[in-house]
Design a protein around this ligand. Structure first.
Ligand code: NAP
Length: 286
């Protein structure tokens, strides 16, 4: 039996232990971590993968692109796929900072709970890797998406980057404090908090008093949560008609999805699992 080899191409100084463990749990026989990978030095690693095994065994070699910097991960993914030609390719999954799997899991749970098309969605602190993927996936579902961040320039740049990546219009609002974030959620149907761990973004009264709100999601697992008054373990908990999903409620599907994606890598040699592909699997799994 040919060994299933997963090469971690991590843009950080050390390969992620989290990604390493999940790779084994997802079915890889050996997981080999490479650190400080970038678009300029990844070429020989790709050549080692595509020129070794024959066509029938090639699917048992795969890449996982990770690290804490999404832009760096996207550059590595582009450089990896640029080396492929004909049958000289292997499957690749991209999940820098866990953003694809985390965003896909959360948005899939929302899409299962209600139609997102035409809804007004606010992604609070949506300038990080997870929030930017969440915004893109909500937009792909037909929602009208606005992201917030504390600084105008950074938020506008993040919105422009998401628009370019997903081909959808994304709005940006600077909301540096809770008062401005409370103003930003007015009229929203979906509130998705994607802020850094342990930072509260909006109070319970703010969303409870907003009649338009139907869905709440928060990926911050550490108290104070991004959305006050919901629970980290909520998975569709009904708060007087508003359904809430907390970080742990989303995290179960995220882990299941991450493992399933790794397993899927070894089914064929021609897959590129980025946001859209991982989201499709999330919707089939949620
Ligand atoms: N549930 C899961 O399975 C799972 C998996 C992975 C990650 N996560 C969680 O998902 C969240 C987002 O991850 P990420 O990597 O995208 O986060 P991140 O890049 O660390 O932070 C996201 C944004 O939070 C904002 N922020 C930082 N400090 C803040 C503060 N003191 N007050 C208000 N806003 C602040 C920043 O936006 P501005 O500077 O633009 O304001 C930043 O861009 C994190 O809480 C992470 O722990 C959950």
């Amino acid at each position: 039996m040919t060994s299933k080899l997963l090469y971690q191409l991590d843009t950080d100084w050390t390969p992620s232990v989290f990604d390493n463990v999940v790779a084994y749990d997802g079915g890889a026989d050996h997981v080999i971590g490479h650190a400080h990978v970038n678009a300029d030095n990844v070429g020989p690693l790709v050549e080692g993968a595509i020129y070794t095994r024959g066509p029938k065994e090639k699917r048992f070699t795969a890449f996982f692109v990770g690290g804490s910097n999404m832009a760096a991960g996207e550059a590595v993914l582009k450089a990896v796929t640029a080396k492929f030609f004909g049958n000289f390719r292997v499957s690749v999954m991209m999940d820098s900072k866990g953003a694809n799997t985390t965003a896909a899991a959360g948005v899939a749970l929302l899409a299962k709970a209600a139609s997102l098309a035409g809804k007004k969605a606010i992604v609070l602190a949506g300038t990080g890797p997870v929030g930017m993927r969440v915004a893109g996936l909500l937009a792909l579902e037909g929602a009208h998406v606005t992201i917030t961040g504390r600084q105008q320039d950074k938020t506008a740049a993040a919105a422009a980057s998401i628009s370019t990546r997903f081909g959808k219009e994304i709005s940006a609002v600077a909301a540096p404090d809770s008062a401005s974030r409370h103003a930003a959620i007015q009229g929203a149907h979906i509130i998705y908090a994607a802020g850094a761990a342990g930072h509260g973004l909006i109070d319970e009264a703010a969303w409870r008093n907003e009649a338009s709100v139907e869905l709440l999601a928060d990926v911050n697992p550490e108290p104070p949560l991004g959305i006050g008054g919901i629970g980290a373990g909520d998975k569709g908990r009904d708060y007087d008609g508003k359904l809430a999903f907390g970080a742990l409620g989303i995290g179960g599907l995220k882990l299941k999805l991450h493992r399933a994606c790794v397993g899927q890598l070894f089914e064929r040699a021609d897959q590129i699992l980025d946001a859209e592909e991982i989201y499709a699997l999330a919707k089939a799994t949620a």
